[in-house]
Design a protein around this ligand. Structure first.
Ligand code: NAP
Length: 302
């Protein structure tokens, strides 16, 4: 089956690309391995998207999906397992089918980085979580910890402070990578304790998490903290591995492309969090989608 543009990934970048490509009258297939919406569906409250002062990530994703499909983009839940450059066209192989495309936009985003501490996998779903909005409710009136210093950790801690009895925010440095405005709001919360310069070095508990061991990086002192939940928010890993043979990846695995979203392969574009860039935000993912689709349309019409 031939499509003008096959988009891999139905997050904000991929679905925005679909909107732009459909508005340019191109046939569009979006292939998504998990659930459409991307990582933004886990954000409780988006406050930094222009014009929309507040919207949940799930509502944002729903509205975007509706907009793209209403314009005629097809979205299929299939995992892309291969991409081949045939010259004039590209072959996209999924777990279920094969497609030919005039151009391909890789908008695969990223997945959760693991903390890398013993028993992390065993206790995932038993107290260890990577998604505060999905699992926070299980920890109502309990003590929990969040580890990380980026916007995800800060927003998770803020969200959990409304549900949990107490939130420990554990960061390996003494200043945060995330927005100062969110840090300021956290400082006002009486049930949030900041634990700086600290690493989570052990997960405690038998069948379920009952606490964590935290080691102070400066003094080496260890401390046990009783928590029922540990929310890991230590960043993300770009999902580009399947395309390593074709496009150039940097040392961290991001697809190398400039602001025009073009990769080294003519007709293959990259958009959103899996691209090399300085700022990874919802608004920049959407912007990439618009640019990649516009460039893909130019490529097809050349
Ligand atoms: P991030 O910005 O990469 O931050 C990851 C944090 O985890 C950093 O503070 C890092 O510490 C820490 N970390 C990394 N590996 C660690 C380890 N092994 N042990 C302990 N700590 C570790 O990731 P993110 O917070 O998931 O955000 C990803 C992107 O999405 C960012 O660009 C962010 O701004 C964006 N985002 C935006 C919104 C929004 O627009 N509302 C919401 C969420 C996320 P160091 O600081 O020491 O490196």
């Amino acid at each position: 089956m031939y499509y003008d543009i096959v988009i891999v990934g139905a997050g904000p970048a991929g679905l925005t690309a679909a909107i732009y490509a459909r508005r340019a009258s191109k046939s569009v297939l979006v292939l998504e391995a998990k659930a459409w919406g991307g990582q933004i569906i886990n954000t409780p409250d988006i406050e930094n998207y222009p014009v929309v002062a507040h919207i949940s990530g799930a509502d944002f994703a729903n509205d975007l999906y509706k907009q793209a499909t209403a314009l005629g983009a097809e979205v299929k839940l299939e995992k892309v397992i291969g991409l081949e450059d045939l010259g004039k066209s590209k072959k996209v192989r999924s777990n279920l089918a094969e497609y030919e495309a005039g151009a391909v936009i890789l908008a695969t985003g990223s997945e959760n980085r693991k903390l890398g501490v013993d028993r992390e996998q065993e206790l995932t779903g038993r107290g260890v979580s990577y998604c505060a909005t999905c699992d926070g409710n299980f920890f109502r009136k309990r003590d929990v910890a969040v580890v990380g210093g980026g916007n995800t950790a800060l927003e998770d801690a803020l969200y959990l402070s409304e549900l949990a009895n107490k939130v420990y925010l554990i960061h390996r440095r003494d200043s945060f990578r995330g927005e100062e405005a969110t840090v300021a709001r956290l400082r006002e919360k009486e049930n949030v304790e900041f634990v700086y310069n600290a690493n989570v070095t052990a997960l405690l508990g038998d069948k379920r998490l009952s606490g964590i061991e935290v080691t102070d990086k400066l003094s080496g002192a260890r401390r046990s903290i009783e928590v029922k939940g540990l929310f890991v928010a230590v960043g993300r890993i770009p999902e580009n591995e399947g395309f390593r043979e074709l496009i150039e990846l940097d040392a961290s695995g991001y697809a190398v492309a400039g602001e025009n979203c073009r990769t080294r392969v003519p007709g293959v574009f990259v958009a959103g969090d899996n691209r090399t860039k300085e700022v990874r935000q919802l608004v920049t993912a959407a912007a990439d989608g618009a640019v990649a689709a516009t460039e893909a349309v130019k490529f097809l019409n050349a």
